[in-house]
Write a protein that binds this ligand. Structure first.
Ligand code: FE
Length: 238
């Protein structure tokens, strides 16, 4: 019998309750109190606006510089950068070995050193037919921004952060990813000092593709580990 798939919206709505109270995580991000996740954070935009007003009036920030920074992360930095790393790993086995050994160093071969402002080390995790890796930040929302851009809202949601470490297979099924029983599932908890990039398996049907063509196939979710890339089907084929 086909298992019922739950939309991400429903998944987030059915997650466990958030622990009461606020706390500052190891990443310096304020954790939101019970009931805030899943509902529009109506107070936060106001707090941000107020803070920006004060800092601007005091001459401590330039609003145009803030806008530029936001635009940079919204338009210039994104999953297409992580996809370059993945495609290179698929094309070049020796690069993949270096990437798995020391990802922070290996990505400099692609000219990716110094992008973003992350001081965290990067670790690459290769998915295979025997092992599947999925990434989370249980404390807040640590994420390889420099490679994947802005994190999706579900990544920051308490339902994902708490459940994926307890019942990863169930959570992955809700994302539409059902793994064979003999596949080991590894959940990696990000921190302020350590970020992870999943190298998904290269899809079937991609032999002979160029690196640029492969880049187009790599999705953000596959690099977090909540999606497996489907076999490539050329347009026009059923
Ligand atoms: Fe975090």
């Amino acid at each position: 019998m086909e298992k019922k798939k739950i939309s991400r919206r429903n998944f987030l709505a059915t997650g466990p309750a958030v622990a009461a109270g606020s706390a500052i995580s190891s990443c310096g991000v304020t954790q939101e109190p019970e009931g805030v996740h899943g509902t529009p954070p109506s107070g936060i935009p106001l707090r941000v606006q107020s803070l920006m007003s004060v800092l601007t009036q005091k001459g401590l920030i330039d609003p145009e510089a803030v806008d530029t920074l936001i635009e940079y992360y919204e338009t210039k930095i994104g999953p297409h950068i992580g996809a370059r790393v993945v495609a290179r790993a698929w094309m070049d086995p020796s690069f993949k070995i270096r990437l798995l050994d020391d990802a922070s160093s290996a990505i400099t071969e692609l000219g990716l050193e110094g992008i973003g402002n992350s001081r965290a080390d990067l670790v690459a995790l290769a998915n295979s037919g025997q092992a599947h890796n999925v990434v989370v930040c249980t404390l807040c929302s640590c994420y390889p921004w420099a490679l994947l851009g802005l994190p999706p809202s579900w990544y920051k949601d308490f339902a994902y952060r708490s459940r994926v470490v307890i019942e990863p297979r169930a959570v992955l099924e809700e994302f539409g990813l059902e793994l064979e029983e003999d596949v080991e599932v590894h959940v990696w908890d990000s921190t302020a000092d350590l970020r992870y990039l999943v190298i998904p398996e290269r899809p079937e049907g991609t032999d002979g593709m160029t690196e640029e063509e492969l880049i187009e196939l790599v999705t953000r979710d596959s690099m977090v580990g909540v999606e497996k890339l489907n076999p490539f089907q050329p347009e026009g084929r059923a």
